[in-house]
Design a protein around this ligand. Structure first.
Ligand code: CIR
Length: 291
C-alpha cells in the first residue's frame, strides 16, 4: 500500500508518517486558478518542527526563534504548498534533532532516484535514519557514503543540469559521489566551490524562465552566464532563497526591494512570514522535499 492511501488520521510509528493531509476540497478555489501545465511537483514531504527547535544550528545572529510562531510560519508554508496542488506528507517532529524540519538537507530527489545525503554538520547526521524508509516508498534509493558529506541545500537542479555547491557542509568527496550517482541517470553535473554562505541555495536559486535569483557575489559567475539574473540587494540577501514550485515563487515576507525587482520582471510571488525560520538559518527551499 502506498503512503498516500493510508487513513489520514492514523499514526504510523513504524514508517514515521504521522499524517497525510489531503484537503483537496478546501483547496479547489485556489486550484481553479492554477495552471496545471506548470505542475512539476505533486507532493511535498515536510517534517513538523520540534519544541527543541531553538537549539538548532544558527549563524544568523537574530536570536532564538519562538516555537509557536515558528509553528505558525511552518503551517503557512505547508498551506501554500498545498494550494499549489501538492499533496503534503507530514512527518513527526524529532526532539533529538532540532534542525530536522529542514528536511531538504537529508536527501536529493529527482524523478528517478532519491539520494540520501550525509549532512555535513555532525549534529544532523542522525536525521538520515528517519528519511530513508519514507523516501523508499516513492523512489529507488542511493546514498552518499563516508567520507563524503553533502547537504541538500547545496544542490540546485535545473532540468537535466545539477549544480552542487562545495561548502562547509558539502565536501569534495560528497559532491563527487552525488555527481557520479546523478551522472548515471544522464544528468550534467557541475561542482562549484562556495566562498561564503551556508549553502549554494542560500545565494543562488532557479526561479523559472531561464532566470536565477542571485546575491551580488554570484551575479557574474562564469558557470551561470547563460541565465538571466535578478540580483538581490545586499541588505536583503536572505530573500535569495526563494523557491519555485509549479510556476509560483514562495518568498520570505519583508524584502520589498527584492520583491519589487521580481514583480517588475513579471514573476508572481507568494509571500510567507519567515522571521523565526530565518533565526535558525532556514529558508523556503529547506523546509520541504518536493517530488
Ligand atoms: C542548519 O544549520 O543546518 C540549519 N539550522 C539550517 C538548515 C537550512 N537548510 C537549507 O537551507 N537547506
Amino acid at each position: 500500500m502506498n503512503a498516500e492511501e493510508k487513513d489520514p488520521k492514523t499514526v504510523e510509528d513504524n514508517n514515521k508518517i504521522e499524517e497525510i493531509d489531503d484537503e483537496e476540497e478546501d483547496d479547489l478555489d485556489e486550484l481553479e486558478q492554477f495552471d496545471f501545465l506548470e505542475a512539476e511537483f505533486t507532493m511535498a514531504i515536510v517534517r513538523m518542527p520540534s519544541p527543541t527547535l531553538a537549539d538548532g544550528l544558527s549563524m544568523s545572529g537574530h536570536g532564538r526563534p519562538d516555537y509557536s510562531l515558528f509553528l505558525q510560519q511552518h503551517l503557512s508554508y505547508t498551506a501554500v504548498l498545498r494550494s499549489l496542488g501538492l499533496k503534503i506528507v507530514k512527518l513527526p517532529s524529532l526532539a533529538e534533532f532540532p534542525d530536522a524540519h529542514f528536511v531538504e538537507d537529508v536527501a536529493v530527489v529527482t524523478p528517478e532516484v532519491a539520494v540520501i545525503t550525509r549532512p555535513g554538520a555532525p549534529q544532523r547526521l542522525g536525521e538520515i535514519e528517519y528519511i530513508r524508509e519514507v523516501l523508499a516508498e516513492y523512489r529507488p534509493l542511493a546514498e552518499i557514503s563516508e567520507p563524503g558529506t553533502l547537504d541538500g541545500g547545496d544542490v540546485m537542479r535545473i532540468d537535466q543540469s545539477v549544480y552542487i555547491g562545495q561548502s562547509e557542509r558539502t565536501n569534495e568527496e560528497g559532491a563527487r559521489q552525488l555527481a557520479e550517482i546523478l551522472g548515471a541517470y544522464g544528468y550534467e553535473t557541475h561542482i562549484v566551490p562556495l566562498a561564503e554562505g551556508l549553502h549554494l541555495k542560500s545565494s543562488v536559486n532557479f526561479i523559472g524562465r531561464d532566470t536565477l535569483l542571485v546575491t551580488e557575489a554570484w551575479a557574474n559567475h562564469p558557470l551561470f552566464v547563460e541565465f538571466n539574473k535578478v540580483v538581490v540587494p545586499p541588505n536583503e540577501t536572505y530573500a535569495a532563497n526563494t523557491l519555485l514550485v509549479n510556476g509560483r515563487l514562495l518568498t520570505p515576507m519583508g524584502f520589498p526591494e527584492t520583491h519589487a525587482l521580481l514583480r517588475e520582471a513579471g514573476f508572481e510571488l507568494l509571500e510567507i512570514a519567515a522571521s523565526e525560520i530565518q533565526k535558525v538559518d532556514g529558508g523556503m527551499s529547506c523546509m520541504s522535499l518536493r517530488l
